[in-house]
Design a protein around this ligand. Sequence first.
Ligand SMILES: Cc1cc2nc3c(=O)[nH]c(=O)nc-3n(C[C@H](O)[C@H](O)[C@H](O)COP(=O)(O)OP(=O)(O)OC[C@H]3O[C@@H](n4cnc5c(N)ncnc54)[C@H](O)[C@@H]3O)c2cc1C
Length: 319
Amino acid sequence: MEPIELVVSSVQQEAPGIRGITLIRASGDPLPGWTAGAHVDVEIPGGGHRSYSLVNTSDQADVTTSPSSYRLGVRLDEAGRGGSAFMHLLKKGDTLRVSHPKNNFALTPTDDEVVLLAGGIGITPIASMAAELRAQGKRFRLVYAARNRIGLAFFQELTRLCSPTLCVHCDDEGGMYDLRALMVSLETQPLYLCGPTALIDAAIALAKELGWQEGRLRFELFSAAAPSEGDTAFDVILSRSGKRVHVRADQTILDALTDAGETPNCDCRCGDCGLCQVGVIDGLPDHRDYYLSEKEKSSNKFIQICVSRSKTSELTLDI
Ligand SMILES: Cc1cc2nc3c(=O)[nH]c(=O)nc-3n(C[C@H](O)[C@H](O)[C@H](O)COP(=O)(O)OP(=O)(O)OC[C@H]3O[C@@H](n4cnc5c(N)ncnc54)[C@H](O)[C@@H]3O)c2cc1C
């Protein structure tokens, strides 16, 4: 689907380093509807895009079914390559090209209580989940953890929306959030989590240790692991054309293929959504994704090319 041209209608400081950006059509016409957990891909000058979750803190369903605007919450990433810095320079009247909403992190219907956990900027999809559950009259509780109280973006709105089920945790008041205590206390409830990779990794490890059923822990990653020390270069061979593409030590397979003129599918670029998955014909993948199960990883039949690499000097892929 063609990207949509949108105009910045307002920009607001939501917390230090976090900006709220509201986008509308120049015509004022309604935008495509979306469900909680959805994001849009914003085109960044110079090519590429960055994904931003759609934010809603209203319990009125038509805010998302027939929206007049999209609201984003963007944290400035000082260590980033410029996407968030670009978003932080936007001002009222600027135009952007934005994808239709996509959702890899939707709520699964349940009559059980739903537990929502947000760490820092991970509040963006989680806030929308709270709003959707409230609009549906479903039971939920929201835990919102941040480094300190002034870092809690959308706090007033969330207090109104979630009270009395909002539980706030600030590291500077109570130390690191006790994820184990939360997860041990749950009986059968599903847990939806968005936050720093370390928090997500800890939750995955705990879910495994506690014997949680597959799918009970749901999460969305906002950033891929940075290239790690010791990564080496390798070649990818495209089985259908026989083309050989060199992947540098500081490059992903996805980026190397794109630079070589290929157009691989992708979305999250974090190894989380499964869209860039391709078949492996020969060679040994170095799996670094959050999408494949342990069993699928050990079969070595598929690879998520946005984050995973190769343990062998050549990797032949079914593309
Ligand atoms: C589905 C989804 C939803 C998202 N929603 C939001 C949201 O609501 N709000 C929000 O603020 N962000 C959100 N993000 C993150 C957002 O898309 C951008 O990644 C973020 O704004 C940083 O962009 P950047 O260009 O400044 O940094 P990037 O260049 O994207 O780098 C981000 C971080 O990744 C690491 N990194 C990984 N690979 C490399 C590399 N090769 N070189 C350098 N650094 C690397 C760095 O540590 C860096 O700090 C979302 C991401 C996804 C996938």
